[in-house]
Design a protein around this ligand. Structure first.
Ligand SMILES: Cc1cc2nc3c(=O)[nH]c(=O)nc-3n(C[C@H](O)[C@H](O)[C@H](O)COP(=O)(O)OP(=O)(O)OC[C@H]3O[C@@H](n4cnc5c(N)ncnc54)[C@H](O)[C@@H]3O)c2cc1C
Length: 602
């Protein structure tokens, strides 16, 4: 189906109040659509909204695959080993119940998606094929070439269409409405017309993705992953967890400008690609002499960062990834999309190196949810997918995030159905005129603002601050400096020039995104400051101890999750909570020490 066809359009009345569906789903990636499909199958009406065209969510970019213990090629694989791999890679601060549910239920969710038409690669016997992925003990990653996310999203869009699930394109939600501790809907605007909108709903699902676009280099797109989900949740009065945990992928593109940060798949290194600094030194010899370029992502990313900091990078701020010593036919055959993408830039990777640098790739933290239901502490408010915390701890296992969207999308829907059966469908639908008036005034005032600071410039500065101070290598001083710079930015964000912005037609959306981005950035920096250890993707050069696998030594005392929420005085309050105990069956699998030193794809 063409992305722009949509499903069914919802409609707004002249005062901007949308037709009320009992459930509003903010986000049309895999998580939002899987939730909507389950609701529709249970006979519950919902409305899905997204910032872009239907079928064009960030999920589309996922490449390598989705994890599920099917045992197609490795019959010894088990759900508890999948859980153990996830917890080990997650630095032992994953929520064990979330991990258990993910590992137990992802096989059924993947099989179901295959039944709905997702064209997973098959073995000669017709079973779903599986490939290796980094830090996993067995081949358990199901895939559709290197376009798994696109294939999954297309299948989900088709299913949603078959079930006549209403969808609104180009909608930007700016606030979740909460009254007396319960959700009452959301406010937003139509990005095409700028018209303010009010979506009454008795349940709201935040499936609005992550926050890696807050970094100067990210594998996402500028208008996605700007922290909307976590900010909407925080403003609604619920808590965030482990926001400091940001996964940096070692190899993103450095040029051209519009491709900066786009992922250069790990498969290049898997096929023999070598990393060199500008002096021609194969620097991984110094950083990981055994595993070299195939060391873990955080290790390679830090190695590249150190080369750049020592002035051994290229003028474009990268290092060189070279696969030109390999057979050109093999390179063209095994790496077709990377070969094509660089050829478009005039670089033939069969004869010359690529320039690469680390890129922000995935936030492990997010909204605090109940593992079984996806419910937050605000009645009727849920979070799912990249928006939610729990599964990934301090570092994500590649292939687990797509699995998470399917497993927990279905679970969230099941809980909403139960809730509606108990409370009745129309309990909290009536719009509040005062909320609406404030919203219209805010949108109008923002659109016409003629202050000093262009929101586009402020966002660029924010991305620079996060890259410099909240990036791959952090320190207490750097984080404090970053927070001070954020404070200045926050003041400037109160004096915006939207009407004259160089963002043109996108200026209003940029301006309304800024408070989300500032909030998410503050949560990342404050949480990173509080976590005075190095664990998983979070590396403090002033506290380099506490290796993720060191559960019994330095790490034990610090096995905590960091939680932040708004305090009574309006400021951000941080606290720690102990990680729940790991169930004995997963502890047993951890003790078996399954491991595969093979870092592949994604
Ligand atoms: C290059 C790349 C490769 C990847 N490869 C893999 C892989 O191989 N395997 C794997 O498991 N994971 C992979 N990931 C991660 C994975 O793609 C994501 O974690 C997952 O797709 C997230 O799905 P989601 O539905 O939670 O969010 P998204 O797909 O990000 O969808 C978010 C939705 O929310 C909407 N939205 C956001 N804010 C608002 C707002 N304020 N108002 C209204 N709508 C809003 C957006 O428009 C969008 O529709 C990869 C990621 C990248 C960047």
């Amino acid at each position: 189906m063409a992305a722009s066809e949509g499903v069914l359009a919802g409609g707004a009345s002249p005062d901007g109040v949308e037709d009320g569906a009992p459930v509003l789903i903010i986000g049309a990636g895999a998580a939002g659509l899987r939730t909507a499909i389950e609701l529709a199958r249970s006979g519950v009406d919902c409305l899905v909204v997204g910032k872009r065209r239907h079928g064009d969510a960030h999920t589309r970019w996922a490449a390598g695959g989705v994890n599920a213990v099917l045992g197609t090629l490795d019959p010894d694989d088990r759900w508890d080993i999948h859980a153990a791999d996830t917890i080990r890679e997650g630095g032992y601060i994953c929520d064990p119940r979330s991990v258990e549910l993910l590992a137990r239920e992802s096989p059924a969710r993947v099989m179901e998606l295959a039944d709905w038409g997702c064209p997973f690669d098959r073995t000669a016997e017709g079973r779903i094929n599986q490939r290796y992925f980094g830090a996993q003990s067995f081949r358990r990653t199901c895939f559709v070439g290197d376009v798994t996310g696109q294939a999954m999203l297309d299948s989900l869009v088709d299913k949603a269409r078959e079930l006549h699930i209403p969808f609104r394109e180009d909608i930007f939600i700016t606030r979740v409405l909460v009254r007396s501790g319960s959700v009452g809907g959301a406010l937003g605007l139509d990005l095409e017309s700028g018209a303010p909108l009010h979506f009454p709903a008795s349940s709201v699902v935040l499936a609005a993705g992550g926050c890696t676009s807050l970094y100067r280099r990210s594998s996402s797109r500028d208008d996605e992953n700007t922290g909307d989900a976590v900010a909407l949740a925080y403003d609604a009065g619920t808590a965030l967890r482990d926001m400091e945990m940001i996964q940096f992928h070692p190899t993103g593109m450095t040029a051209p400008e519009e491709m900066r940060g786009r992922l250069v798949t790990e498969a290049v290194r898997g096929e023999g690609g070598r990393l060199f600094n500008v002096r021609g030194e194969r620097f991984m010899e110094r950083h990981a002499p055994d595993q070299m370029e195939l060391a873990a992502r955080d290790v390679v990313a830090r190695a590249i960062w150190q080369e750049l900091r020592a002035g051994r990078g290229t003028e474009g701020g990268g290092v060189l990834l070279d696969i030109s010593h390999q057979d050109p036919d093999m390179v063209r055959e095994r790496l077709p999309s990377i070969h094509g993408r660089f050829l478009d830039q005039g670089i033939d990777i069969t004869s010359e190196p690529m320039e690469v640098a680390p890129t922000a790739h995935y936030p492990m933290g997010g909204v605090v949810v109940d593992a079984d239901t996806g419910a937050t502490s605000v009645a009727g408010l849920y979070a799912v997918g990249e928006a939610a915390a729990g599964v990934h701890g301090a570092n994500r296992l590649g292939g687990n995030s797509l699995a998470e969207t399917l497993v927990f999308g279905r679970r969230v829907a099941a809980d909403i159905v139960r809730d509606l059966e108990t409370d009745g469908p129309d309990g909290r639908l009536s719009p509040d005129p005062a909320d609406w008036e404030r919203h219209v005034t805010r949108v109008d005032a923002t659109r016409t603002a003629r202050g000093e600071h262009d929101p586009e410039d402020l966002m660029a500065r924010l991305r620079g601050i996060m890259w410099e101070h909240g990036g791959i290598v952090r320190s207490g001083d750097g984080l404090r400096a970053g927070l001070a710079e954020l404070e200045v930015l926050t003041r400037h964000a109160r004096d915006l020039d939207v009407a004259g912005s160089r963002a043109g037609p996108h200026a209003l959306a940029r301006a309304l995104t800024l408070p989300f981005a500032l909030l998410a950035a503050e949560a990342i920096l404050r949480s990173a400051l509080l976590r005075d250890e190095s664990r998983g993707a979070h590396y403090r050069e002033d506290h380099p101890e506490g290796h993720p696998e060191d559960r019994t030594a330095a790490g034990t005392a610090r096995l905590v999750n960091i939680v932040c929420r708004r305090g009574r005085d309006g400021g951000m309050r941080l606290s720690t909570s102990p990680v729940p105990p790991i169930p004995p069956v997963i502890q047993q699998a951890l003790a078996e020490h399954h491991a595969l030193d093979y870092h592949h794809l994604e």
